[in-house]
Design a protein around this ligand. Structure first.
Ligand code: 0O2
Length: 270
C-alpha cells in the first residue's frame, strides 16, 4: 500500500474529527451562553497515526480490507469532564444526537482495565460528505475525567518506551496511582454541587459584565456623555462589591435607562 492510498483512507477521518470537535465545542458554548453547567470541560480529537494503525493491524491480525471495519479508533474524540457523574450525562447527550449512531460501548469505569485504565468509550458511526458522496465512518469517543486523563496520558507515554513490557515496579506504582485517582474523583464528587454552583455564578457574572459594558457603550453613542461616564463609575463601584445580586439589579436598571433613551430617540425621529 503506498502513501497516497493511506492519505485517501485517512482524509475523511480527518474531516470527521474536525467536524465533531467543532460540534462538541459548540455544545460547551451553548451551555455557557445559557449559564448552564457544561458536563464537558474540554474536547480534543486525533486521527490515529499510520504507524499506530499498522501496529494494531499486526497485533490483531487485521488485513487491509478489514481495516476500516475492524479498527474502530482510526478517528478518536476525547471528551474531558470535571466529575465522574458528568461522564454519564455526556454519554446521554451523545446518544440523543441525530447525527450520531451508536455502534457500541466499552465501560472501563465499571470494568477498570488490569492496567488501571478508566474511561467510557462509545464507538459511533458518523457520516461525512465527500466528493464521492456520503461516507459512514466509525469514531471512538473516549469520555473521562481530568484525573483519569492525567493517569492515562502518563501511562500511555510509558507504553511508548516499554511497549507492553512495563517493569513490574512501575506497574505497581501505576496501579497505586490509579487507586489514588479513584479516591480523588470520589473526593471531588462530594463537593460537586458547590463547585458547580460557583462555576455557574462565575459564568453568570461574566455574561452580566459583558452585557452591562455593551449597554454602556451603546448608551455612550446615543446619549449625554457625562451621564454615561457617571453610570460607568457606578458600575465600577458595584463591580468592586463582588455581589452578584447587586450586579443583576444594576443590569436591570441599565436596561430601563437604555429603553428610555431609545424611546426618546424614536420620539425625536418623529
Ligand atoms: P492511540 O495512540 O490513542 O491511538 P487495544 O487493544 O486496546 O488497542 P481496542 O480493544 O480496539 O484495542 O480498543 P480499546 O481498548 O477501546 O482502546 C483504544 C484506545 O483506548 C487506546 O488507543 C488508548 O487511547 C485507550 N486505552 C485503552 N487501554 C488503555 C490503557 O491501558 N492505557 C492507556 N493509557 N490507554 C488505553 P491506542 O491504540 O492505545 O492509542
Amino acid at each position: 500500500m503506498d502513501i497516497q492510498l493511506w492519505h485517501e483512507i485517512l482524509e475523511p477521518y480527518e474531516l470527521a474529527v474536525q467536524e465533531l470537535v467543532v460540534k462538541f465545542r459548540y455544545l460547551i458554548k451553548e451551555h455557557h451562553e445559557k449559564s448552564l453547567y457544561s458536563p464537558i470541560e474540554n474536547v480534543s480529537g486525533r486521527v490515529k497515526t499510520v504507524a499506530s494503525i499498522l501496529e494494531k493491524m499486526q497485533r490483531k491480525h487485521i488485513s487491509v480490507d478489514e481495516l476500516e471495519e475492524q479498527v474502530e479508533d482510526i478517528a478518536g474524540i476525547r471528551l474531558i469532564c470535571q466529575f465522574v457523574e458528568d461522564i454519564e450525562k455526556v454519554s446521554e447527550l451523545i446518544k440523543k444526537r441525530s447525527d450520531i449512531e451508536i455502534k457500541g460501548e466499552k465501560d472501563y469505569i465499571k470494568n477498570m482495565k488490569d492496567s488501571g485504565y478508566r474511561s467510557l468509550h462509545l464507538i459511533i458511526y458518523y457520516t461525512v460528505e465527500t466528493l464521492n458522496g456520503p461516507k459512514k465512518l466509525q469514531v471512538e469517543i473516549q469520555i473521562r475525567t481530568m484525573a483519569m486523563d492525567f493517569w492515562a496520558t502518563i501511562e500511555h507515554s510509558l507504553q511508548y518506551k516499554y511497549k507492553s513490557n512495563i517493569p513490574q515496579h512501575i506497574k505497581e506504582r501505576l496501579s497505586n496511582a490509579a487507586d489514588a485517582i479513584i479516591a480523588l474523583d470520589n473526593e471531588m464528587s462530594t463537593v460537586r454541587s458547590e463547585i458547580m454552583d460557583a462555576q455557574i455564578s462565575s459564568q453568570i457574572q461574566i455574561k452580566l459584565v459583558t452585557d452591562i459594558l455593551n449597554s454602556i457603550e451603546n448608551l455612550y453613542k446615543m446619549s449625554n456623555k457625562r451621564e454615561v461616564a457617571k453610570i460607568q463609575d457606578e458600575f465600577y463601584r458595584i463591580y468592586a462589591l463582588n455581589d452578584l445580586q447587586q450586579l443583576k439589579r444594576f443590569h436591570t436598571q441599565l436596561d430601563i435607562i437604555a429603553e428610555g433613551y431609545r424611546a426618546q430617540a424614536v420620539t425625536r425621529e418623529f
